[in-house]
Design a protein. Structure first.
Length: 94
């Protein structure tokens, strides 16, 4: 409901007109700023995003290494379908 029109539209009987849309806006800006500040405080001053990303890449390399023939085939199918990104030389054992 717009601030300039505090009374919702109604029909002839005085009942609210359900066919009219009502403007409903919630500003979450202050909550989002608070949430982000709390996340950064929880991460602490020693958090290094580059180190985290390198660690994730190393974990993925381990996850997709040493696959048997069947697993490699499934991995290759998932890469070809665009579900997984290609790693290394295109094989999971890179």
């Amino acid at each position: 409901m717009a601030p300039h029109d505090p009374t919702p539209p109604s029909d002839a009987s005085g009942a609210p007109d359900a066919s009219e849309l009502v403007d409903f806006t919630v500003d979450l800006t202050s909550q989002e700023v608070l949430r982000r500040a709390q996340v950064m405080a929880a991460l602490g001053p020693d958090w290094d995003p580059v180190e985290v990303l390198l660690g994730e890449e190393a974990a993925y390399d381990l996850l997709y290494s040493g696959l048997d023939a069947g697993q490699q085939r499934v991995y290759d199918d998932l890469v070809a379908a665009g579900v997984l990104p290609a790693r290394g030389d295109g094989s999971a054992a890179a």
